[in-house]
Design a protein around this ligand. Structure first.
Ligand code: GLC
Length: 431
């Protein structure tokens, strides 16, 4: 079974290849996505190293002059997708001169950690390719700290930037967003390609588009967007992924002897470690999302809360509490790790980031748990994902109660995570 699935996974990646870059899945997501490409590169790491690096390099073709690497690169206009380049309009603005039409927000920066992973499992040619990317990736990390932070805490201006689009985490932040009266009527495409009951709601979508319009009216000046956005929240996902990415980039900088980059990365890590405390929700005893304007915490625990291990962050006490939640939630689901706590308001086992298990999140969570010595927990997270894929195929995400697949089929990051990590063949190799 696993050999057959390995072959199918390779086929999925090849089928989603569009000449130098890979789409997450045909039709529903017809462009290049940021953290998808990073995970796709990780998957290619097991089968074709040159292709892995090409995927990473292609993503940086969309980097803005200010260092930001956008969430989507619109290399062409696909009328089948909304909201496309005509809504974002970033390429028509004077600053900060994107080289191609893109969105004006970023996504969780797993990129540097994937580079590090490829170098660790590779040879000197991998290190050479990584060395070439070190400077642009550091500029991207700098951008988060400089243009997307409030009082030193890296924050986000749009749920789409977190990659966890409609997670109930964002409800308290979205409450402050008034739907723009002058919003042009629009036609969603996602609900034509996928079951509407599994996608974000209409009122959420109106607010998502309102935020895009808000930034467009500020000509995509990112510092202004952060300062003035009606939505401004800190996200444990971006926070922990960035902290880990800074640590991995530091390791690479040391390997290639770039002391200036290493010094700067140590500073960024220090800032990240200090900011961690800001995300500790003392009522829930977990790291959760937080509204940066009001200081209010989100009312639930998401799978991003469990990334503290991956970032090697938090005190012993904070980790103990987090593990207690992990064990409690494990009792409530058939498959760990649901994207939202089944006991919190807003849980919906099939609705996108309100409950389903996401392959790439399981990978990150399990990596962290394993590195911190929680091997049994790490193995559960891996086994559960393996079973989900065996049961339902390379779906976008999975219902944690039934194990059924949700939304997109033939999904690139699911195939990539399978090849890089979840396949029993891979697990035997690692053992
Ligand atoms: C959805 C997901 C996001 C992902 C994108 C493409 O928007 O929420 O995380 O990057 O699809 O797969």
């Amino acid at each position: 079974m696993s050999d057959e699935l390995d072959n199918k996974a390779v086929e999925v990646l090849k089928r989603n290849e569009r000449g130098g870059y890979t789409v997450p899945t045909a039709r529903l997501y017809p462009y290049q996505w940021n953290w998808d490409s990073a995970f796709i590169a990780l998957g290619y790491g097991s089968i074709d190293r040159a292709r892995a690096w090409a995927e990473l390099e292609s993503l940086l073709e969309g980097q803005w002059d200010d260092g930001m690497v956008p969430s989507i690169l619109f290399r062409h206009d696909d009328p089948d997708y909304f909201p496309g380049p005509a809504i974002w309009q970033t390429h028509t603005m004077k600053q900060p001169s994107p080289r191609m039409p893109t969105t004006g927000i970023s996504q969780p920066p797993v990129f540097a950690s994937v580079m590090h992973e490829l170098v660790e499992s590779g040879n000197s040619s991998d290190l050479e390719r990584a060395e070439r990317l070190l400077a642009p990736v550091l500029r991207w990390h700098e951008w988060f700290q400089r243009d997307r932070s409030m009082n030193g805490v890296v924050s986000t201006v749009h749920p789409w930037e977190t990659g966890r689009d409609n997670c109930p985490d964002w409800e308290i932040g979205l409450d402050a967003v008034e739907i723009d009266d002058a919003l042009e009527p629009y036609q969603r495409k996602d609900t034509e390609h996928a079951d509407a009951r599994q996608r974000p709601r209409k009122d959420q979508y109106d607010k998502f588009i309102t935020l895009v319009k808000f930034a467009r009216e500020r000509e995509w000046n990112q510092r202004r967007f952060t300062d003035e956005s009606p939505f401004l929240m800190a996200d444990p996902g971006i926070h922990f992924i960035l902290l880990r990415a800074n640590r991995d980039l530091l390791r690479l900088a040391v390997m290639v002897g770039d002391t200036a980059a290493a010094d700067r990365l140590e500073e960024l890590i220090d800032l990240g470690e200090k900011a961690t405390e800001h995300l500790w929700n003392n009522e829930l005893h977990a790291f959760t999302a937080r509204d940066m304007r009001t200081g209010r915490f989100s009312n639930g625990i998401s799978n991003a809360s469990f990334l503290c291990f991956y970032a090697d962050a938090g005190s012993e006490d904070q980790r103990r509490h987090t593990l207690e939640h992990f064990a409690r939630i494990a009792q409530l689901v058939k498959s760990h790790v649901p994207s939202w706590d089944p006991e919190a308001d807003g849980f919906d086992s099939q609705r996108y980031w309100c409950g389903p298990v996401w392959p790439q999140m399981n990978y990150l969570i399990s990596r962290g748990l394993c590195e911190q010595g929680y091997h049994n927990y790490a193995q559960t997270v891996r086994d559960d994902l393996c079973q989900l894929i065996e049961q339902s195929g390379f779906r976008e995400c999975f219902d944690p109660l039934s194990g059924n697949g949700c939304l997109g089929t033939d999904f690139s990051w699911t195939a990539a995570i399978w090849l890089a990590w979840a396949s029993p063949n891979k697990q035997e190799l690692a053992a």
